[in-house]
Design a protein around this ligand. Structure first.
Ligand SMILES: Nc1nc2c(ncn2[C@@H]2O[C@H](COP(=O)(O)OP(=O)(O)O)[C@@H](O)[C@H]2O)c(=O)[nH]1
Ligand SMILES: [Mg+2]
Length: 325
């Protein structure tokens, strides 16, 4: 029997600078480096494909490819991140297309399924919250985004873990969630709240940092603390039942390979990844770079498969971590 092809749309939303593009840019490397939270035996493979391939056309010369969403668009995003800069902010909605295949041991429910074709929409900060009063994006772009948000099967909300009090986007997020709850025709079945920049919590721990980060109980504790201070979490709760909600802490910068400290340059101005001195080009940044869990929101969105780092409200609300052990 030929496996059925599943296609789905995933929307990345979140305030400007929250790390949406970095999350996406590092997702394929996260999988290649086996830096996701799923069992290694699952052996997921995430490849970029063209827009035409997503829609089931073979020809690479298809008219659809002229609309963008080409394989190269993702490689550019990835290269920009690898070269040490932030991915350049797109002026319109950027769409990226992937084929997800499980080549290892899939759990029973997934064995007859796949490959999964994913469309991931990364909106520029200005449109990532449709109601943003400060949005500079043209009306059509925001309308387009609102429409795609409605038609997405999964939504990944990216929020910086350490910058929680910022008020404008807190209001926008609550509105976005209410809109999702009220819209009768929205297709969202899964929402992942991804707290980015997780490595920053561990900057003082040196080489022990990675060990702590890898403990799901530590992640749960950090997520609980953040959610206590989040006025929008009630709006998210209202979605539950109709939508599966998961929380995860992750990091595009990640932890330095072999040294295991957070991948932030202690001597660099601002926040920069650790860079090998005397080495030029992207290799200076990528030599020791290992992202942390950035593929998991996409894998969960596509597969509806949990792992030890994905938490639902039941776990967030559950007994304190210390009492569970
Ligand atoms: N410390 C830290 N900074 C990050 C991380 N990921 C992204 N950033 C920084 O956050 C800023 C915004 O990232 P970007 O992906 O462009 O955010 P977007 O506007 O939501 O797409 C950039 O300056 C990145 O260098 C991370 O994992 N850790
Ligand atoms: Mg971006």
């Amino acid at each position: 029997m030929t496996p059925m092809t599943d296609t789905l749309t995933i929307c990345l939303v979140g305030p400007r600078g929250s790390g949406k593009s970095s999350l996406l840019a590092t997702a394929t490397d996260c999988i290649v480096q086996n830096a996701h939270g799923y069992p290694a035996e699952l052996r997921p493979m995430l490849q970029t494909i063209s827009r035409a391939a997503f829609h089931g056309f073979d020809s690479s010369a298809s008219k659809l490819d002229l609309l963008g969403g080409q394989v190269d668009d993702y490689q550019k995003l990835r290269r920009d991140f690898a070269a040490g800069g932030a991915p350049t902010e797109p002026t319109r909605l950027n769409e990226y297309f992937f084929r997800l295949t499980l080549i290892g041991e899939a759990p029973p429910a997934l064995r007859e399924r796949g490959p999964f074709l994913l469309r991931v929409i990364d909106a520029a900060g200005a449109v990532a919250f449709p109601d943003d009063v400060a949005a500079e994006a043209p009306y059509e772009v925001r309308e387009d985004f609102a429409g795609k948000l409605q038609s997405a099967e999964a939504i990944v909300i990216v929020l910086p873990l350490a910058r929680f009090e910022d008020s404008l986007w807190v209001a926008n997020l609550a509105r976005l969630l209410e809109r999702l709850a009220l819209a009768p025709d929205n297709r969202a079945r899964r929402v992942v709240v991804a707290f980015s920049q997780y490595e920053r919590l561990f900057v003082r721990l040196g080489p022990s940092a990675f060990t702590y980060a890898c403990d799901p109980a530590v992640a749960l504790h950090a997520l609980r603390r953040s959610l206590q201070a989040a006025p929008w979490s009630d709006a998210l709760r209202a979605l539950e039942g109709r939508v599966a909600v998961r929380f995860i802490a992750l990091s595009a910068f990640g932890f330095v390979k072999t040294f295991q400290n957070p991948n932030i340059d202690p001597h660099g101005g601002g926040e920069r990844r650790f860079r090998r001195k005397g080495v030029a080009g992207p290799r200076a940044f990528t030599e020791f770079w290992r992202p942390f869990l950035t593929a998991d929101p996409l894998l969960y969105a596509a597969l509806d498969l949990d792992n030890a780092f994905l938490f639902g409200f039941d776990q967030i609300d559950g007994a304190p971590v210390s009492e569970r052990m």
